[in-house]
Write a new protein. Sequence first.
Lengths: 114, 110
Amino acid sequence: DTAVSQTPKYLVTQMGNDKSIKCEQNLGHDTMYWYKQDSKKFLKIMFSYNNKELIINETVPNRFSPKSPDKAHLNLHINSLELGDSAVYFCASSQLQGAGNTIYFGEGSWLTVV
Amino acid sequence: TQLLEQSPQFLSIQEGENLTVYCNSSSVFSSLQWYRQEPGEGPVLLVTVVTGGEVKKLKRLTFQFGDARKDSSLHITAAQPGDTGLYLCAGERGTYKYIFGTGTRLKVLA
């Protein structure tokens, strides 16, 4: 009964490849996110969608393209992978309830580009 | 530019000791959250503070939001090995947008 599930958990790929990470939430939330956590554990927002509509795009290279087919899914496609893309990518969701919304994170997808 | 600086970055203490982690910014936040992240997992929310000066307690953890809503602290009393993890503060800078702090890695030795 995982609330936010993302696949794959581990991904090792070569530079220049294209890869996708899928995410699904069963919490009925309207908002979903992609965060990137680097090797120093700094967690930075990449994208946010609300009811399938992009609302936050944090100066992410256009090699990264999120897609939300419905409000329960937010996938991340990455083209022409680079070494610097190696990180843990977290999908998350929340429901707007005024100030201080709980963000529920998935377990992360560990991407290694070689 | 890091909007939320946490200190210390790393902390290793013995079981039973007390500790305080700080989260500082020059920006005002509408709310501030603390998360704990364990290896191989995503962050999990511990608490949300909304009002300047607010203090919340969660068992041995005490959270305080600064009066000006620019900073926060997390105090752990009598730390236990189960408290080991990465502690992250996150400030709300607009609807749906949370800025995460630089993180504090805590290790509690038995």
